[in-house]
Design a protein around this ligand. Sequence first.
Ligand code: F6R
Length: 356
Amino acid sequence: MNIEAVLKDPQAMYNVDSMNMFRALWGLPEQCADAWRLGTQGPLPVAGAISNVLVTGLGGSAIGGDLLRVYSAGKMAVPVAVNRDYVLPAYVDRSTLVFVVSYSGNTEETLSAYEEARNRGCPIVALTTGGKLKELADRDGVPVITVPGGLAPRAATGYLFIPTLAVLERLGLLSGLEAEVRELVEHLEEIRENLKPEASLEDNLAKQLARDFYNRIPVIWGGSGTTGVVAQRFKGQINENAKAPAYWNVFPELNHNELVGFEVPKELLEKLYVVILKDEEDHPRVKIRMEITRGIVAKAVSGVTEIKSSGQGVLARMYSLIYVGDYASVYLAALYGIDPGPVRIIDYLKAELAGR
Ligand code: F6R
């Protein structure tokens, strides 16, 4: 298999991309701009004092909740939690603003969580393309932000995350976002030029990563600030787009357990490829931990790459890394000869569950 030949041939990659994942990736900056616009419109829930925020969803519809959680941690007076379950935590009550997020609007765990939030009298905002969730929300007079369909949920992180920022700003819980979203859009427009299929392997970090991941198991590590969630996103995108295994963890926690497990079995460890995601705002001690850790694992695994976020604001920096991981995962799919779009296993599971 000639890795370079595959990565040099955009048309061949487009030919096996039945759901236009490459097109969706290219459109991410425009998606983020549109998502902001959608979030700034429409009714808001009637809410008293909000003491906490909960995002409930699954998979591609939940990761935006994690992005919100880490984004807002240093900026917002109330905490954000993410719920990936049928049930809500016991503390959720009328003072909890609940974002119910489902791209399809038909995910059973999310619909169940919606009913619970309703029963507890929570102020709710539904974020969806339609489906049963929109039906229920319309019936109940719950505000719905309706985003465009036609994408895979995981290709819609802009739509499934950015509107929550707009709502929180409108409710007076966050500020300064318009300029930050503008910077995000401009930054993504700039960096996609070096990530797109037409960019050469030498210039394209995502292609280089796919080459390094091929026939290996990617292990993605981020920091406890904003990059841990990006590591989780990298991992999920490799799973869903390339249909391949990948693992993730976070500093400093991984220094207290995972790192100890790099001694044996040597022949399996040689199959791992480690990526360390870095950000200028990583805790100074975490920066040192990353450096020491790299030295420890480098001897055991097939390779280690460090990737530093770029851009000014937190949003641009987070998405600069997400963009690289998203593109890398579709290039990896191309190397395996896999169509990145369909997720037959998830569809099969949902269909099996629906019949029981
Ligand atoms: C598929 C994907 C999945 C879905 C998840 C929940 O592209 O990313 O992780 O997001 O199965 O479905 P929705 O988003 O429709 O609620």
